[in-house]
Design a protein around this ligand. Structure first.
Ligand code: NAD
Ligand code: UDX
Length: 481
């Protein structure tokens, strides 16, 4: 019987291992983490992350063949396959700060594996890491191995938050990279056999280590590039009277391009896209490829431009001042069906409006007030090193930001409302009631193109939708910088 241990009980480690345990009832799966509160939450009725379908999977296997523990060393010692799914954030200090991946957590996990192991193991890179990280990990493991054999595999994860369980049940592909040696191929087969419990073998792609590592960065860069492409197009649509939804549909029906991932938005967020592109940029630069680095830099720049363009549109539409005006923010998570706020575009938009002295009333169905206040008080890239709430400077943010528990309260007496996350519940709000309770003129700024702009205009709203033809009111306002 194989025993699996996963180091890191986060957004990837938790759901991935829960599905693995469900699909492989004869395998014992233990997810370990240094964070006691996180493990306690995994063992409780209130899981540490919100993900549709996750609770059901966990309930089916927890205590049978799925366990969550802080006893990291014991479970690593006992296991045959060790997944490492720790965080690999952008470095905030030192060499490569602002771009390179911070491998501190990864390296400490690797050293711990080497320290406690007394039998041979397959060590699986689940975290997204720079290409050739496996080489460094191999060195750490073999230099400290006391004669034990370690095989390193790269098995990057492609799940998206909000659809993690669905993605894990039916992945487009599973990617496994390993050494081209007999032992390397044997390790690949062992991991392939695990996934083959539920993934058709023809969808399990096996490559060399470097291809697997780089494919993960490449996939995220390609996906983010599509969003920046359609977002750059959205600015041109607004300037010319074209409609970005129609353009995206016309472009996406070309089978070479495809229809998915072409929704114009206030910008992409999440813990992966920006971090992984910055990492890719750094790797290109380190390999003497500045032109390739500059190409990818532009994807991040356009994303920043889109977030600021949106916030500027809000201010310019309201006579170029939002000072003292109440503005409702509907949605703070980086996408619907998650409570995750890492790199959410809402942070940039809110900070910009706060800087213009707006009073924000924020509502999100899943994000806690504490999290919102923390996010709005932090410098960029600080999300991975949260400070305790009491250390957060209260001035400014606490006076200007109010976090409320429903959309109607958020919009009451507001001059404008901004939709920043595409939560389904925002589509079915009673906008007539909202309009009646708002200041006039009442503005809607839809950063996700989820509201019915025609209906809202009939009610009396002035509506801005990303990449759509502008109301005459908005056309008459000064151009957005
Ligand atoms: P996360 O921050 O939610 O979870 C990481 C966990 O690792 C934390 O709970 C942390 O306490 C724990 N940890 C750190 N060092 C440890 C150590 N030495 N021993 C034990 N536990 C340790 O991160 P995540 O979102 O799950 O991402 C993990 C990795 O997967 C990252 O490399 C990320 O880029 C990649 N990834 C994330 C997603 C996503 O949607 N979030 C998707 C694909 C890939
Ligand atoms: C992403 C990748 O999709 C996933 O494969 C990888 O494993 C982790 O990173 P995630 O960040 O969870 O997943 O969500 P995703 O659905 O990719 O959305 C990322 C951001 O792009 C969100 O802010 C989303 O709102 C935005 N987005 C997505 C758009 O603005 N337009 C689109 O058409 C699609």
């Amino acid at each position: 019987m194989v025993k699996i241990c996963c180091i890191g009980a986060g957004y990837v480690g938790g759901p991935t291992m829960a599905v693995m345990a469900l699909k492989c009832p004869e395998i014992e799966v233990v997810v370990v983490d240094i964070s006691e509160p996180r493990i306690n939450a995994w063992n409780s009725d209130r899981l540490p992350i919100y993900e549709p379908g996750l609770e059901d999977v966990v309930k089916q296997c927890r205590g049978k063949n799925l366990f969550f523990s802080t006893d990291v060393e014991k479970h690593v010692f006992e296991s045959d396959i060790v997944f490492v799914s720790v965080n690999t954030p952008t470095k905030t200090q030192g060499l490569g700060a602002g771009k390179a991946a911070d491998l501190t957590y990864w390296e400490s996990a690797a050293r711990m594996i080497a320290d406690v192991s007394k039998s041979s193991k397959i060590v699986v890179e689940k975290s997204t890491v720079p290409v050739r990280t496996a080489e460094a990990i191999e060195k750490i493991l073999t230099h400290n191995s006391k004669g034990i054999e370690f095989q390193i595999l790269s098995n990057p994860e492609f799940l998206a938050e909000g659809t993690a369980i669905k993605d894990l049940y039916n992945p487009d592909r599973v990617l496994i990279g390993g050494r081209d040696t007999a032992a390397g191929q044997k390790a690949i087969k062992a991991l392939r056999d695990v996934y083959a419990h539920w993934v058709p073998v023809e969808q399990i792609i096996c490559t060399n280590l470097w291809s697997a590592e780089l494919s993960k960065l490449a996939a995220n860069a390609f996906l983010a590039q599509r969003i920046s492409s359609v977002n750059a197009m959205s600015a041109l649509c607004e300037a010319t009277g074209a409609d970005v939804t129609q353009v995206a549909h016309a472009v996406g029906t070309d089978t070479r391009i495809g229809p998915k991932f072409l929704n114009a938005s206030v910008g992409f967020g999440g813990s992966c896209f920006q971090k992984d592109i910055l990492n890719l940029i750094y790797i290109c630069e380190c390999n003497g490829l500045p032109e390739a680095a500059n190409y990818w830099k532009q994807v991040v720049k356009v994303n920043d431009y889109q977030k600021i363009r949106f916030a500027n549109r809000v201010v310019s539409s309201m006579f170029n001042t939002v000072s003292g005006k109440k503005i409702a923010i509907l949605g703070f998570a980086f996408k619907k069906d998650t409570g995750d706020t890492r790199e959410t575009p809402a942070i940039d938009v809110c900070n910009r409006l706060v800087a213009d002295k707006a009073k924000l009333s924020i509502y999100d169905p899943q994000v806690l007030e504490e999290q919102i206040r923390r996010d709005l008080s932090m410098a960029r890239f600080d999300w991975d090193h949260p400070v305790p709430l009491q250390q957060i400077k209260a001035e400014g943010i606490s006076e200007q930001v109010n976090v409320v528990s429903d959309a109607y309260e958020a919009t009451k007496d507001a001059h404008g409302l901004c939709v920043l996350t595409e939560w389904d519940e925002f589509k079915s709000l009673d906008f007539k009631k909202i309009f009646d309770n708002m200041q006039k003129p009442a503005f809607v700024f839809d950063g996700r193109n989820v509201v019915d702009a025609v209906k809202l205009r009939e009610i009396g709203f002035i509506v801005y939708s990303i990449g759509k033809p502008l109301d005459s009111w908005l056309k008459d306002m000064p151009a957005v910088a």
